[in-house]
Design a protein. Structure first.
Length: 139
């Protein structure tokens, strides 16, 4: 169970086999993991897909009561799945100091009340336009 960086829900990600020409790296058949709630997808390489297949089998064993949750979580931790780490990093957010609403890390202002983020995103620092005295930044 991970938080989706797109829909912000905590839920399952599914392994999806992509057929056809996906990218030069995949050579015809590729894989992605997709959020079960919103179908947000992240491409993964074939080696990581094989690890996901093994873990999916272990997850079924957990559901059938043949493997403990603790043992499964240990296997997940030892798998070092780059795509899941990237999803975790992409879904990190910040809590508004004024209204306590959770916001995505890429938001520089609270979507609920408009309070500025206590720590602007790195992208916003790169895109900040210098203040030249107009009412709007582009003036």
């Amino acid at each position: 169970m991970e938080r989706c960086p797109h829909c912000r829900r905590i839920g399952e990600f599914w392994l999806v086999e992509l057929s056809g020409y996906v990218a030069p790296v995949f050579g015809g058949v590729g894989y992605s993991i997709a959020c079960a709630a919103c179908n947000f997808e992240k491409l993964i390489d074939n080696a990581e897909a094989e690890i996901f297949k093994v873990l999916a089998g272990q997850y079924r064993r957990v559901l059938d009561g043949l493997l403990s949750v603790e043992a499964f979580e240990k296997e997940m931790g030892e798998a070092h799945l780059v795509s899941l780490e990237e999803i975790k990093n992409e879904s990190i957010g910040w809590i508004c100091p004024k209204c306590s609403e959770e916001n995505p890390l890429t938001f520089d202002m609270c979507w609920q009340c408009g309070t500025p983020s206590p720590r602007p995103s790195s992208d916003s620092e790169l895109l900040r336009v210098p203040d030249v005295g107009g009412r709007y930044a582009w003036e």
